[in-house]
Design a binder for this molecule. Sequence first.
Ligand code: C2E
Ligand code: MG
Ligand code: MG
Ligand code: MG
Length: 276
Amino acid sequence: CAKEEGRGTYCFFELSMDRHLQAREATKRALRLALGRGEFELNYQPLVDLSTNQINSFEALLRWRHPERGVISPEDFIPIAEDTGLIIPIGEWVLEEACRAAASWPDGISVAVNLSPVQFRSKVLAQAVDHALKISGLEPGRLQLEITESVLLQDNLANLAVLQELRRLGVQIAMDDFGTGYSSLGYLRSFSFDKIKLDRSFVCDLPDGPQCEAIVQAVAGLASGLRITTTAEGIETQEQLSILRASGYDQGQGYLFGKPVSGPDVASVIERFSAA
Ligand code: C2E
Ligand code: MG
Ligand code: MG
Ligand code: MG
């Protein structure tokens, strides 16, 4: 009986693995068509200058509006886009769309775009960034590129060269999700980032995690010593904001200030802040 049960379990497992693979294949097929069908859109989340309480930029966040499955989160399809190489054309679309949108915003407001490590390895990244800037007419200083530590993890020297090439275009480079990867400090030494974004996981444990508070403060001290701008992401409560402000963070992002909104809603978000 136990043997039977065991076999049943094994079969069930096999079946569900199979279903999982089938679902992934279906997602891949749909992803291949999505760009041509105009199923992608960008949402924009405000980043607020903590000394003035004004918005100084928006982060562009990718959404996939699947015809049957509704809106799919980037966490669910970006890994598949990376495996298939589709992240290259999708990433180019994101750059062009984000720059085009930002060019229509007030002058002082920048846009931040997330880059995948796969885009870094593609050799055409700097060209794609340059192209997006040229066709949109956006001033390069108003584009920030967000990269995670995993970009620098492999092929350190080649990726450093790409970073330098991007910097020469005049764009800003931010290290995203800071503190979650490996040997972040080494990367800070080998490349001068314009900004570091402290990962949300450190912010969400405030104010009850004494370890978190120590890390939050240490990162702020490190960044100010290196003259790098700091952003804290995932701020949801007034209490978290007070701690981050007192720790010296320059910029904040999170549901407390505003969730990501669609392109047409950006203007009203800016208005709401400048009126307050
Ligand atoms: P990220 O770059 O760290 O972006 C911040 C994520 O945190 C966003 O999730 C945002 O909606 C969410 N968030 C912001 N404030 C709060 C908050 O107060 N509380 C909570 N719980 N969450 C908050 P989203 O939009 O689902 O994006 C997830 C990740 O997907 C991004 O993390 C980024 O790594 C990646 N991603 C998004 N768009 C793109 C893209 O165009 N290209 C690439 N390569 N990756 C992207
Ligand atoms: Mg980001
Ligand atoms: Mg982040
Ligand atoms: Mg993150």
